[in-house]
Design a binder for this molecule. Structure first.
Ligand code: NI
Length: 133
């Protein structure tokens, strides 16, 4: 894709903060930082406006808890239309992490994520919100 240049005017304090962010987040330069911020904002708007998005639901649970693994599996079958793939990782004797890649309507994905988090025995759950392109 063609790269275009444009000038940006900023208050010096804000420019200092941008440079601090470039350093802290290890961006290569200001352009990369600004690109990241624009994309982050566009992705947030998609989630806020119930548009088509992608993401990942990450859950952490103890597979010894009765029926929990089966319930996690059942939910994935029930919502296969929103789920691209799932990966189960055995962390130790008890703990499992499940990473579920999702794509679809933002509102439906948030509801699905809440269903996973609400399963009795889930230790931790988080929805990673990303864009669809
Ligand atoms: Ni496991």
């Amino acid at each position: 894709m063609a790269i275009k240049r444009f000038g940006v005017s900023l208050e010096s304090d804000l420019l200092d903060e941008l440079d601090e962010m470039v350093n802290q987040k290890r961006f290569t330069n200001r352009s990369q930082a600004i690109r990241f911020l624009i994309k982050k904002n566009l992705v947030e708007e998609k989630w806020d406006n119930d548009m088509e998005v992608t993401g990942a639901i990450v859950i952490n649970y103890d597979h010894h808890i009765a029926e929990l693994h089966a319930k996690v599996n059942r939910l994935q079958h029930e919502y296969h239309c929103l789920i691209l793939s799932g990966q189960h990782i055995h962390i130790d004797d008890h703990s499992c992490i499940e990473v579920i890649a999702v794509k679809g309507n933002a509102g439906k994905i948030i509801k699905l994520s809440n269903k996973f988090k609400a399963l009795k025995g889930i230790k931790h759950g988080e929805l990673v919100m990303s864009g669809s392109n």
